[in-house]
Design a protein. Structure first.
Length: 124
């Protein structure tokens, strides 16, 4: 039995746009209600623009969006991150979404415990 993780949590890159688009389209009915960046007519360009936005948010230290990936295939299977940050009180909202076919498999729980990319954030 392998101890290798089933999932990887990391920052999104422009090369992830196609896989991100696929995961969103697969879950569009669930996502449009919860995610302000998602709409019924979501396109590959929207996915690319969202990833560019995540990069800008990281650069501005405003929010910290991350992708959740299948460790074997590299497919995007969701997203997580911290937003609505209040540095004075050192709090923020941890959000997530998991593509429909991957729900109920512990993906969100894994992501909440393995968000190592946030270790370097200055929360003060």
């Amino acid at each position: 039995m392998s101890d290798a993780p089933k999932y990887i949590v990391r920052r999104l890159e422009l090369s992830d746009a196609g896989a991100f688009y696929s995961a969103v389209r697969e879950s569009i009915d669930e996502l449009v209600y919860w995610m302000p960046w998602c709409s019924k007519d979501y396109t590959p360009l929207d996915a690319e623009n969202w990833i560019k936005t995540t990069m800008q948010l990281w650069a501005a230290d405003a929010e910290y969006p991350l992708g959740i990936f299948d460790a074997v295939s590299g497919a995007v299977i969701g997203g997580t991150g911290v937003n609505h940050i209040n540095r004075a009180y050192r709090i923020g909202n941890i959000g997530y979404w998991v593509s429909s076919r991957h729900t109920g498999q512990g993906v969100a729980r894994f992501a909440a415990h393995h968000r190592h990319n946030l270790d370097s954030v200055n929360w003060a």
